[in-house]
Design a protein around this ligand. Structure first.
Ligand code: URA
Ligand code: SF4
Length: 233
């Protein structure tokens, strides 16, 4: 094994675990195999026990999926870390990747306006983040395995914020959070749950930039969310 590979395995704490197993399991291994299940569980467990500082550092250093290769910066999340409202988008785009902040491009401006309509303001009373924290190449959708690798970060963010209500923006956020393949159209207008927290689904602002007439539906969804919140407080 090369020194470089040894260093990487050490950094990932896969040594000496892998060296001893490799001999007994397969003598033809030439590639670094997938981490064993207990290492995967350890990573998840570590993330789920992190405080804000450690969580942010883990994301900044994360190489758990291939989205780490092309990113400029990780995009962790922004806003009030004790907010009652939490918004989940899909993935950073070009401007977010450059700035390290979610929803700062054209879709973000529309999102800010949408939120302002129900008295929510970035940095003040809502927390905003995404399903994945690194930009997918060419702004493609994150694939299920990338979303799965990134899921413990989002779960921990939600556990730390403890919002009263979650808004899932668009198909990718809704389908990943609700573990479903249903369409946005069929998920709207119902109070769902994620980790026991009420969750409302609406269209993604980038979609609204293309299909303007559906803005009325988003307004309906935001009023539905606001009413749900009012009945909780
Ligand atoms: N679209 C998203 O889903 N998230 C962002 O942060 C930016 C655009
Ligand atoms: Fe890690 Fe998430 Fe970035 Fe993948 S997308 S490298 S899991 S932070």
């Amino acid at each position: 094994m090369s020194t470089r590979r040894k260093d990487i395995l050490k950094e990932l704490e896969l040594i000496p675990l892998w060296c001893s197993r490799k001999k007994t399991q397969c003598s033809h291994f030439s590639e670094v195999p997938s981490p064993p299940i207990d290492v995967i569980k350890d990573r998840r467990s570590q993330i789920l026990h992190s405080d804000w500082v450690h969580l942010k550092t883990s994301v900044t250093r994360c190489t758990a999926c291939s989205l780490s290769k092309a990113r400029t910066r990780t995009v962790f999340g922004v806003g009030d870390e004790n907010a009652d409202w939490l918004c989940v988008g899909e993935a950073p785009g070009g401007e977010e990747d450059a700035k390290g902040e979610p929803f700062v491009g054209p879709a973000g401006k529309l999102l800010d306006n949408m939120l302002e309509a129900i008295n929510l303001k970035r940095g003040k009373n809502i927390y905003i983040t995404n399903i994945v924290k690194c930009r997918p190449p060419d702004n493609r959708n994150p694939d299920p395995s990338e979303a799965q690798q990134c899921e413990p970060y989002l779960t921990r963010q939600i556990e730390l914020v403890k919002p009263k209500l979650i808004i899932a923006l668009g198909r990718i956020a809704a389908q990943n959070l609700l573990n479903t393949s249903s369409t946005i159209a069929s998920l709207r207008g119902t109070l769902h749950e994620y980790l026991g927290i009420p969750l409302v689904v609406t269209y993604h602002p980038a979609y609204l930039l293309r299909i303007q007439p559906d803005k009325a539906k988003v307004w309906e969804d935001l009023c539905f969310a606001r009413d749900a919140m009012q009945t909780m407080s």
